[in-house]
Write a protein that binds this ligand. Structure first.
Ligand code: LLP
Length: 431
């Protein structure tokens, strides 16, 4: 599962006590486990071994250079959504030939950059985009490899803000229109129709929606394969993770008790491989959260504890600008002390210093009593954590540490606060 666990009273990341990292590097602090990243990648890789496949890590979930290098060293590619992400992947040692470029709004400059660098495929999301890619390729005297993203109109039963595969969403091309789009695209001389792509949503906790979407798309895919010689099928990302509770020791028991099934790569593969194998296509996957989610946590320090009426507020130095998921999606992140003390729990709101009522990490959650100077960890913060951070309230972006066994290293410096306004200027009439 992952490599954060208590040894005695202390929370460890692999062979390193997280409290030591907090004291050495300060807080708030993101801590990532290289072993967890590696294990998650390899688990999926092994489960999908019966089909020829490529794992393109969705780097939007975590784009730290050391995280990307970990994935690149394992042979992974990247699912990118901007030319910035492509540059970042290349800087980390990623191979553009293993990158797929997704997103509904690729600009001409982005298409040109990706084409020059030789991405594996543009995953196009509209006909105007296909025409634009064709034009740019013609200008550069190149052939652009493309796939079209099909929107299978399957409800993934996940949070509304992270559903992507229904007609309510901006993504992809409607299932019914796909064949016509490929027929017209095949007339565009500077395109090579290389594959078909889909993505139905994020944080999916059962295999049923994947199964339903794949079954729905396969007949069309086979016709497209015959007509246009497609070489790959990308089944997207979306494998969900356990957020509650996320600590290895308790997670399995909790899920069993709750009567739920963890969506493991083995279960995912057991259902999908038999459907995919007969196609004889290369299978692409774009997991983000599955690889990085439980590989990271955010450490924060308790600054004050105050009682207001009946409420117990634990005020910490981390805030919604550092980890926005609770405020934005009402997401649950397990909160645990770095040093366990035992004793009674008290219903608490853990809140940050940002001037917004929405700046909370949990509400009325039974937590151990803590006091000023104690450290708390927000678990499962490796995906969509630091990448969604902002400098709201002129709060600097926090530092990130990577742990590998007993080693640890700063893999992103804490941002000096003056860098936040470094690009700003006084208008000339103020001088
Ligand atoms: N591929 C495509 C085309 C996507 O749109 C996404 C995520 C992924 C792959 C990766 O999905 P994953 O394996 O991570 O579920 N910020 C939100 C999640 C947004 C996901 C958007 N697309 C959150 O914090 O939950």
């Amino acid at each position: 599962m992952h490599d954060f666990r208590y040894v005695g009273h202390k929370l460890y990341c692999e062979g390193v006590a997280v409290a030591t990292l907090a004291k050495t590097f300060g807080t708030p602090l993101y801590v990532y486990s290289q072993r967890t990243l590696t294990n998650h990648f390899q688990k999926l890789d092994r489960a999908m071994a019966p089909v020829e496949h490529l794992i393109c890590f969705a780097m939007k979930s975590n784009s730290n250079q050391s995280v990307l290098r970990t994935i690149a060293n394992l042979g992974g590619g990247f699912d990118i959504v901007s030319s910035g992400e492509l540059q970042r992947a290349i800087a980390a040692g990623g191979d553009p030939g293993k990158c797929v470029f997704a997103g509904v709004g690729k600009t001409e400059a982005e298409i040109e950059f990706a084409l020059r660098r030789g991405v594996y495929s543009f995953n196009a999301e509209s006909e105007p985009e296909l025409r634009r890619i064709n034009q740019v390729a013609a200008r550069l005297k190149k052939i652009a490899p493309v796939a079209v993203r099909v929107n299978p109109n399957v409800d993934a039963h996940t949070h509304a803000k992270i559903t992507t595969g229904t007609y309510e969403n901006k993504f992809g091309i409607a299932f019914e229109q796909i064949e016509g789009v490929y027929a017209r695209a095949s007339k565009l001389k500077h395109l090579r129709l290389r594959g078909l792509q889909m993505h139905i949503g994020s944080q999916l906790t059962t295999v049923a929606p994947f199964d339903q979407a794949v079954r729905k798309v396969i007949p069309i895919l086979q016709r497209l394969q015959r007509r246009h010689g497609l070489e790959f099928f990308s089944i997207g990302g979306g494998l969900g993770i356990v957020y509650q509770p996320a600590l290895a020791s308790s997670a399995a028991a909790w899920w069993q008790k709750a009567g739920k099934n963890i969506l493991t790569p083995e279960k995912y593969a057991a259902r999908l491989v038999p459907l995919l194998q007969p196609l004889g296509l290369r299978i692409l996957m774009e997991p983000g959260r599955f690889i990085s989610g439980n590989a990271g946590l955010l450490v924060t320090r308790v600054e004050y504890v105050k009682r207001t009426g009946k409420k117990n507020f634990v005020i910490v130095d981390g805030a919604m600008n550092d980890l926005i998921r609770p405020a934005f999606y009402d997401a649950y992140h397990e909160i645990v002390p770095l040093v366990r003390k035992g004793g009674a729990r008290i219903a608490s709101d853990v809140v940050g210093p940002v001037c917004e009522s929405g700046d909370y990490f949990c509400k009325n959650r039974p937590l151990p009593r803590v006091g000023e100077g104690d450290y708390l960890a927000l678990l499962s913060a490796g995906a969509y954590g630091s990448v969604m951070a902002s400098t709201y309230n002129t709060r600097a972006l926090v530092a990130e540490v990577l742990v590998n066994g007993r080693q640890s290293a700063i893999v992103r410096e804490r941002q000096p606060v003056t860098k936040i306004w470094a690009g700003e200027k006084l208008a000339p009439w103020f001088q």
